[in-house]
Ligand binder design. Structure first.
Ligand SMILES: [Mg+2]
Length: 146
């Protein structure tokens, strides 16, 4: 019998695949970007506890532009291990959009069939924790940082 750390598995959804963004969701990412393998910041409060609370047989993918290099992939795995994610050594770290039941991202917009965002809506979307201080570059160009 499978062991579930919690008992809130929706019926018929025992094999969930969850894709989680790294910077801004797991990593607090308060230090400006330097390189894919440089991750100086601690987790967002509760992030590791949340990862560890997911059922053991669910697949968790971490998606991040840091995965553009092997050094970046290994750095993310080391960071997950350092902060206590028990599945860190087996966690898929990718910059591809792999099949998943849900994508958890601090830059996401939920499409519900007919709500294509206008340009103004897109420009108004901001990461949590950055609502009052978008970077000058983001304001000027709408450039997305990792
Ligand atoms: Mg992010």
């Amino acid at each position: 019998m499978l062991h579930y750390p919690n008992n809130d598995i929706p019926e018929g959804r025992e094999d969930m695949k969850v894709a989680v963004d790294f910077d801004g969701v797991l990593n607090s990412y308060t230090t400006p970007w330097e390189a894919p393998h440089k991750i100086p910041d601690p987790p967002v409060p509760g992030a590791i506890e949340w990862l560890n609370s997911l059922p053991a047989d669910w697949e968790v993918y971490v998606f991040t532009t840091r995965a553009q290099s092997v050094d970046g992939i290994m750095a993310v795995r080391r960071w997950l291990k350092r902060y206590g994610y028990w599945k860190a050594p087996w966690t898929i770290v990718t910059q591809q959009k792999l099949a998943a039941h849900v994508y958890i991202d601090d830059r996401g917009y939920r499409f519900t069939g007919d709500n294509f965002p206008t340009a103004a809506t897109i420009k108004a979307l901001e990461r949590w924790g950055h609502q009052s201080a978008p970077s000058a570059l983001q304001e000027k160009e709408g450039v997305i940082t990792p």
